[in-house]
Write a new protein. Sequence first.
Length: 473
Amino acid sequence: MNSAASPFSESSPAPAAQVVILAAGKGTRMRSRLPKVLQPLAGRPLLGHVLDTAHALHDARCVVVVGHGAQQVREAFAQETQLRFCEQSPQLGTGHAVQQACPQLDDSGVVLVLYGDVPLVRAQTLQPLLDAAHAGALAVLTVRLAQPAGYGRIVRDAQGHVSRIVEHKDATPAELGIDEVNSGIIAAPAAALKRWVGQLRNDNAQGEYYLTDVVALARAEGLAVHGVPADDADELLGVNDRLQLAHLERVVQRRHAERLLRDGVTLLDPQRIDVRGELRCGHDVRIDVGCVFEGRVELADGVQVGPHCVLRDCSIGADSRIEAFSHIDGARCEAGARIGPYARLRPGTQLARDVHVGNFTEVKNSSLGEASKANHLSYVGDASVGARVNIGAGTITCNYDGAAKHRTVIEDDAFIGSDTQLVAPVRVGRGATLGAGTTLTRDAPAGELTVSRARQVSVAGWQRPRKQPSNPT
Ligand code: UD1
Ligand code: CA
């Protein structure tokens, strides 16, 4: 039987799993203006990691319970149109939080409760909980911790069945000795969970409605409660302060590095790489130390990345070499590129095969044709550069007049002498040569030498002024 308020029942049958994500807490210990679930972990908000896990489950739909910074959290995920939110204000505990989500939950199927600040749990770890819930049981994901302080303890009966969960603050000294703790993550048949959270009371040490009390309610109804122990305690680590966040960052980065190594990538030091997004690599890619990858980065076969490079939202063609300290953002490079050291490629850069962009050269919103080179100290902005063009040291495209940007066109086989300014809009014809030091304000004809520098003169007999010896008085 579906409840009338359920958003899932109107157009489609209930999904295999309805996921409630608790994200209303304040996160006081982060000491931040940013709501805790928006704090970035590997470049993605904590809540984003939890959503990725939920989406990896077969046919799951999510309701996020927001409270502190609710508006900010909603806005951060506005593009996820499938996502539903509900507001919890004031925050009266984890059970109260689930109560707020109930009107959005279908009575059929199962509900999985995840925490917005427990970001590393994997879909494969959750599947046994969902299976138990589909079979009609309440399932609790548990973990054994050497230092269980602060966590809810799992109390099992003589037969080993979970009989209840007792919060640290409510526990007796004997219960505090239990090292199996509640991860907080549970799964249950939807109708039963909705019934139980409606029966919760707040007569406990914290005066809160504890979600954990559903265990005792399930047992009172004679229902099975499965405590499902997790293999990897790291997966259940929560984020309460920046120390824990920093620790989790290392765990995520280690996962990234291990995946890359398994995929055949050479990492000169697996501990010194940071992936804040998605890094895809072909065969025989080699990455030196201290590199940061953000957004979506693709490195084709045989790419080598030197130390301390930052690559964001870019694709690098086969056998290219990115030398040390280069910064690449929003660029597309075809095979055989030679970039850096100390090069900067900005959004809209497109490099054809075998292009060289050398030290202290910046390229923005420009295309360079096959085998063209800008090897030293240049700025190439809003330019279309043909093939086999040589851009001499210190060349500047003057693309901005203070109000608008203008394009520079340099045709195939042109040679741009050093220290040249190209005042856009301007065109350099095919095979043209610009003399060093030229300030080009009009188009340069194809095949000819254009030079704007003043003619050189030598003054015969000229004497450099000399200091007069001071008169002794
Ligand atoms: C909870 C569990 C505890 C478990 C621990 C694991 C309860 C009563 N206790 O305790 O057994 O060992 O997690 O980390 O469930 N939240 C809301 N609204 C609220 C309160 C909390 O959305 O009113 C959210 C928080 O944002 C957070 C999560 O629920 O994402 C957990 O809340 P927290 O206060 O950290 O619970 P713990 O006391 O750690
Ligand atoms: Ca907590």
